[in-house]
Design a protein around this ligand. Structure first.
Ligand code: SAM
Length: 220
């Protein structure tokens, strides 16, 4: 089984299924882009990369990781063990690898998203940066127009069980991902004519493991 990152125990099968089914449905459409907001040690990103590589039938694809220059959970041992990963820091190339996997470090991540991606260009986005409600809302709003019709956004740490745990200094509140999702009008199908909720998965922490939840929505 592939290894994913922080608090993902129990989500391995879901990640693999969501990504590979999406690709299998759209296998011959060119230019597949996956963006991870808050890629930290790139442990999840490496597995996302492997799933895509194993499934896709063309070469026109990329996995883009995004984090802060001094990201809170950057683990350079893990990052350096990702063979082929290209790394940019504030647009400057600091490690040359292949073009299918790129880690982008910047202190203006939302501006970077706004400038880097065309409208309707991203297939799947995994939002896993700051887990305060304001950041989750802003991260979603930053990527919303960049997602293709039929594209998918996954929010990590969205389960009820983890709300109110782990202080998020950036937003001065405890984990409150669900409020960010709610404020974006994504929680209920009836609230939003542009997005369709696909799944609201409870984390394995409710069974005594360490996984948090995952909310998945699809652009109509
Ligand atoms: C929980 S960790 C991410 C874990 C990673 N996704 C994984 O699966 O292992 C959160 C990361 O988000 C980064 N971060 C915080 N705010 C961010 C933002 N606005 N944009 C991008 N990354 C951000 C932090 O620096 C931190 O490294």
């Amino acid at each position: 089984m592939k290894k994913f990152g922080i608090r993902t125990t129990g989500l391995e099968y879901i990640f693999e299924t969501i990504i590979s089914n999406y690709i299998l449905k759209n296998n011959f459409k060119e230019n597949f882009i996956f963006l991870e907001v808050g890629s930290a040690g790139c442990v999840s990103m490496k597995s996302f990369y492997e799933i895509v590589k194993e499934t896709i039938k063309h070469e026109d694809w990329s996995i883009q990781g995004l984090d802060l220059c001094e990201g809170w959970s950057l683990d350079w041992k893990d990052i350096n063990s990702f063979d082929g990963l290209t790394i940019f820091k504030e647009e400057e190339l600091i490690r040359e690898g292949n073009l299918n996997s790129t880690l982008n470090l910047t202190d203006k991540p939302r501006e970077w998203v706004a400038e880097t991606f065309a409208e309707n260009s991203i297939d799947i986005c995994f939002i896993d940066g700051c887990h305060g409600s304001k950041c989750v809302y802003k991260d979603f709003k930053t990527v919303e127009s960049k997602i293709k019709n039929g594209g998918i956004v996954m929010f990590h740490d969205s389960g009820m069980a983890e709300m109110g745990t782990d202080w998020q200094a950036c937003c001065s509140e405890y984990i409150n991902v669900r409020k960010g999702i709610h404020d974006a009008g994504l929680l209920n199908a009836s609230e939003n004519t542009d997005w369709q909720p696909l799944a609201d998965i409870v984390g394995s922490r409710v069974h005594g493991l360490d996984g948090n939840g995952l909310f998945i929505t699809q652009k109509k």
